[in-house]
Design a protein around this ligand. Structure first.
Ligand code: ZN
Length: 634
């Protein structure tokens, strides 16, 4: 009885399903969508958006490895568009008629993609990289602020990916290398800042006229005369000294950010770091520093700089890293308010900015005002970690040497809303480099390469707080310090135009530059040195901490063709998206460029891992000094 009843039930179910299926198939059509480039080549992994004309939500589809996407559609009108990052989409209208089942083939042609632009590189397709970014820059990760819940989630994801790629843990605690921070947040309502002129107080509006920095722990109260000291640099190698003959003892110095053209970019960048600058200022007896932004090198507008001021700053919580001991005040001034500092001095900010724009020599003179500050800072302790993973080498003599691939996983978290969005997702900065690191591990699993030296994948924390995680790692590496042969750092490489040109920082400092240039050339890509030394990029990424420990390093970024409309594309990106909530996954990127860039990085890593010789500093590189054994350096 039981069996019979069940059989009957099953029969009824099957019949019903068949009937439903028949009705279903009768009213839908199987649509095959193929996306091609201008030359007719099929595009794999293209994103397609399908909008029904009815009130349904649009459907997001993707073409597979065969370049085809299959979808069943009920009768109606649809708009198809390609949303493949980095390309102008082809649009097409299709009609699915209310007739018997059929297969419709739709071909979408993508514009703005010249023939050959979608060359598939052997190890990368751009898509797996982008998929990592989609996770890391998701709103759920809340912008991956150092020590935050979002950063921990990003780290958990990274570890899961590294594990599945077969990378071995190489931190202190599994993949983790814990790092302790102290966080400082300005309590602005209990702060004030004013200029004192002839005994009279002129209040400066915090946020509008100036910002009190907390990278230097400010003293509760400071009052001191101001002296303008040009670029505020002392560069012994070039016999350059902004403080010669200027008495700055007990004073707050005012400087224009930047450097004179006679100082080469890397050297200028080095002496502009807080540590180097403060060494000189402390020796000369200064008590604080006021920085005037050089309008010629402003990456982001003042309004956005000011918005970020309530954001805590961080420092490593270890005495050995206190680089600004004795500094009592650090203030940054809005260029639009800078004239207030110069009134009565016989000089104007306009004159100073005009000279600074062309990196011309600047005068030095006392200002007619003193600066008085009262500050309150809230201090908390934060913990985070670097992640370290290893792809072991196989050569008995060389496997204990390491090629570091580094990228920072942290970003700036949640901040002041811009256009209603508070999450600073950091898709390019530096979801892009973190994703590349994970993708690289995956590529070595998929296409193993016999590596002689080991590769060390280092995802650092605290970069946005001042390169802190890498500073800690470089000082306390989880492998023998002398065993690190090179650092290839990847930070915001901006694949937003087709890849024809790369900027490499450190290009002429070691033979890593020559190797990178050669590899890039073999893929049809030119390499140029830093075209914008004013932006100080060389000390603004994690490679700098490796350099300071003697490790030859290089960092490459996609660059615009000089004089082409691409220059504006980059400029607009920096103005609109850099350190803004719009650096998210809704921005256009060029997946083919990302893939090509990854291919270059992979080839460089293999070259360093397998080359007979460790990378060497060039004899005339300034940074070579850090590689000299103690006592023989300059
Ligand atoms: Zn950043």
């Amino acid at each position: 009885m039981k069996i019979k009843a069940l059989t009957l039930l099953a029969f009824v179910l099957v019949a019903t399903c068949a009937l439903l299926l028949a009705q279903e198939t009768k009213s839908t059509a199987s649509v095959s969508i193929v996306v091609i480039d201008q030359s007719g080549a099929v595009i794999r992994h293209a994103q397609i958006r399908l909008s029904p004309s009815l009130t349904m939500a649009p459907l997001n589809l993707e073409t597979g490895v065969d370049g085809e996407s299959l979808v069943d559609l009920s009768p109606g009108n649809y708009d198809l568009s390609v949303t493949m990052a980095g390309f102008k989409g082809g649009n097409q209208h299709i009609q699915v008629p209310d007739t018997t089942p059929q297969t419709i083939r739709v071909t979408l042609k993508v514009d703005g993609c010249p023939p050959g632009c979608l060359v598939v590189y052997p190890h990368f397709d751009g898509q797996t990289w982008w998929n990592h970014i989609k996770v890391l820059a998701d709103d759920k990760l809340e912008g991956r602020d150092t020590g935050s819940r979002g950063e921990r989630a990003a780290q958990a994801y990274a570890i899961e990916q590294l594990k599945s790629a077969g990378a071995e843990p190489a931190g202190v605690n599994g993949f983790y290398q814990p790092v302790k921070f102290v966080s400082r947040q300005i309590v602005e309502k209990d702060c004030n800042l004013s200029l004192i002129r002839d005994g009279k107080r002129e209040t400066l509006t915090l946020g509008e006229d100036a910002i009190i920095g907390t990278r230097v722990m400010p003293a509760p109260e400071v009052e001191a005369p101001l002296v303008f000291a040009g670029y505020g640099l002392k560069v012994p190698e070039k016999n350059y000294d902004d403080f010669a003959g200027v008495d700055i003892r007990g004073k707050i110095i005012v400087i224009l950010a930047g450097s004179p053209s006679e100082i080469p970019g890397a050297l200028a960048s080095h002496y502009q770091t807080a540590a180097e600058r403060w060494k000189v200022l402390r020796a000369a007896g200064a008590v604080g520093i006021v920085s005037l932004i050089n309008p010629a090198s402003m990456d982001i507008p003042w309004s956005r700089i000011a918005l970020n001021r309530a954001h805590p700053t961080m420092d490593l919580d270890y005495p050995e890293f206190n680089e600004t001991e004795g500094a009592k005040l650090a203030v940054t001034v809005n260029p639009a308010s800078a004239e207030k500092f110069f009134a009565g001095s016989g000089h104007t900010f306009e004159e100073i900015a005009a000279l600074g724009k062309d990196r011309k020599p600047l005068p030095h003179f006392p200002l007619a005002v003193s600066l008085a500050a009262k500050t309150k800072v809230e201090v908390t302790n934060i913990e985070s970690a670097n992640l370290v993973a290893k792809l072991p080498g196989s050569d008995p003599a060389l496997k204990d040497e390491y090629v570091v691939l580094s990228a920072h996983l942290d970003h700036i978290g949640i901040g002041e809303p811009i256009n209603g969005d508070r999450i600073y997702n950091g898709a390019m900065d530096n979801g892009s480099g973190s994703a590349l690191t994970l993708d690289m591990a995956g590529s070595f699993k998929k296409n193993p390469e016999k590596l002689r030296r080991s590769i060390l994948l280092v995802l650092v924390t605290g970069e946005e707080k001042g390169l802190l995680g890498s500073k800690y790692f470089a000082a306390h590496p989880t492998v023998a310090p002398k065993s690190i042969v090179a650092d290839v750092n990847v930070d915001m490489f901006l694949p937003i135009v087709p890849l024809k040109l790369l900027t490499a920082l450190g290009l002429d400092d070691s033979d890593l530059g020559d190797r990178a240039r050669e590899i890039a050339r073999s893929l049809g890509v030119r390499v140029q040195p830093d075209p914008e030394p004013l932006r100080n990029l060389f000390v603004r990424s994690d490679q700098y901490n490796f350099i300071r420990h003697g490790v030859p390093s290089v960092i490459m970024s996609v660059a615009p063709e000089p004089g082409s409309p691409e220059v504006k594309t980059f400029k607009d990106w920096l103005t609109q998206r850099y350190h803004a909530p719009s650096d998210d996954v809704d921005q256009p990127v060029d997946l083919a460029t990302a893939a090509k860039y990854e291919e270059i990085v992979r080839a460089l890593l293999i070259n360093i891992a397998n080359n007979e010789h460790r990378p060497q500093w060039k004899p005339d590189s300034f940074f070579r000094r850090y590689a000299e054994p103690v006592g023989t350096g300059q």
